[in-house]
Design a protein around this ligand. Structure first.
Ligand SMILES: [Zn+2]
Ligand SMILES: [Zn+2]
Length: 221
């Protein structure tokens, strides 16, 4: 238990006919919803997440899903992705998600321009936390019947898909002393405006830089 089996490439048998032949589903802009539309498109076309949702893997493990699917961020996302990839439509509107936006974040409003990256982080966090809660509940349920349950290691399907460990190192040019730090993250910010491709942006992200001026670093040694 606790092991998440992920399918990294598209499972064509799960997709609607329209999807196989035509272009992907477009989304109407509802005025200020481009941040929402772009993130929904990114998530919908992330194959391991889409496959997971198309097989109803989340809702089938969520006991409250049949009662209140509109109260759970992952149920909402699963329903959205499934509709987008199976319905025979060419255009849809993200208003269904907009009406539930409070579930993802209490800071966002319908009528305002919001930040796409920030929204992505809220969605990913909300789904990750939902999985952690479900895990805790299952664990409690298993304790009584003597089952081993699953380990409480903080791993979830969301983390399996998006999580990475980012190591950063500061090296003193004077004495060569190194200080390493590892952060568990689920997204990185790339400078795409000044890059010709995603690969180039990634390359820039991992370039060493010299810390000087206000960025100067004080070596312990
Ligand atoms: Zn749910
Ligand atoms: Zn030093």
């Amino acid at each position: 238990m606790g092991f998440v089996e992920l399918q990294l490439t598209w499972l064509l048998s799960l997709l609607g006919e329209k999807w196989k032949k035509g272009p992907p589903l477009g989304l109407r802009n509802l005025g200020n919803s481009c941040y929402l539309n772009s993130i929904l498109q990114c998530l919908t076309y992330t194959p391991p997440l889409a496959n997971f949702c198309l097989r109803s893997k989340h809702s089938s493990s969520d006991a409250s899903a049949s009662k209140n699917p509109r109260d759970c961020p992952f149920c909402i996302l699963e329903a959205w992705i499934t509709c987008s990839l199976t319905l025979n439509l060419t255009l849809d509107s993200s208003s269904k998600i907009l009406s539930c936006i409070k579930i993802f974040t209490e800071h966002f409003r319908f009528d305002r321009q919001e930040d796409a990256h920030e929204f992505l982080r809220y969605v990913i966090d909300a789904c990750h936390n939902t999985c952690l809660c479900l895990k805790k509940l299952r664990r409690k349920g298993n304790e009584g019947v003597g089952g081993a349950g699953e380990s409480m290691n903080g791993n979830t399907v969301v983390k399996e898909i998006f999580g990475v460990a980012l190591q950063s190192q500061v090296k003193c040019l004077g004495c060569g002393g190194e200080s390493n730090k590892v952060d568990e993250i689920m997204d990185i910010s790339l400078d795409i405006l000044n890059s010709g491709s995603l690969k180039e942006a990634m390359h820039k992200f991992f370039q060493p830089e010299v810390l000087d001026g206000n960025n100067k670093y004080k070596c312990d040694k």
